[in-house]
Design a protein around this ligand. Structure first.
Ligand code: THU
Length: 140
């Protein structure tokens, strides 16, 4: 079946910049086992950008995803309020963050704007509340 052509979306300069950072980060991913490289770029409210890549391990369960590594970078440097996340993988259509990463993102920003993309130029704009509409919240 022929692939349905998806309408190209117009990105703001800020979105394009964040995507470029995630795209560059993807090249640094350490993924010798899955060969699935992931790059993430997380922008905090003060305009800083924190990147993360997936970090695999011979003991597979020790692997950490790109998105959670980006959050760890940001929080380690005192930033906890985020405005946008860009995630780049080789998947088509572009892949969303895994459930564990969504839950970690919700901890800090329940309605984060998210760009999903691949190096072929496919881009999807979505939001965390859409990808994880009913997250776990800590019981009072
Ligand atoms: N991975 C991420 O980095 N982010 C996700 O949200 C999903 C999966 C990584 C983990 C592993 O290194 C590879 O992709 C295949 O699962």
């Amino acid at each position: 079946m022929p692939k349905k052509a998806k309408k190209a979306i117009r990105l703001s300069a800020a979105e394009q910049h964040l995507l470029d950072r995630a795209m560059a980060a993807q090249q640094q991913a350490y993924a010798p086992y899955s060969r699935f490289q992931v790059g993430a770029a997380l922008q905090s409210e003060n305009g800083e950008i924190f990147i993360g890549v997936n970090l695999e391990n011979a003991s597979y369960g020790a692997t950490v995803c790109a998105e959670r590594n980006a959050v760890a970078q940001a929080v380690s440097q005192g930033q906890r309020k985020f405005v946008q996340l860009a995630v780049v993988t080789s998947a088509s259509p572009p892949a969303p963050p895994c459930g564990m990463c969504l839950q970690v993102l919700v901890e800090f920003c329940p309605d984060l704007r998210i760009l999903l993309a691949n190096p072929e130029g496919e881009v999807e704009r979505t939001r965390l509340s859409r990808l994880l509409p009913r997250s776990f919240v800590h019981p009072k």
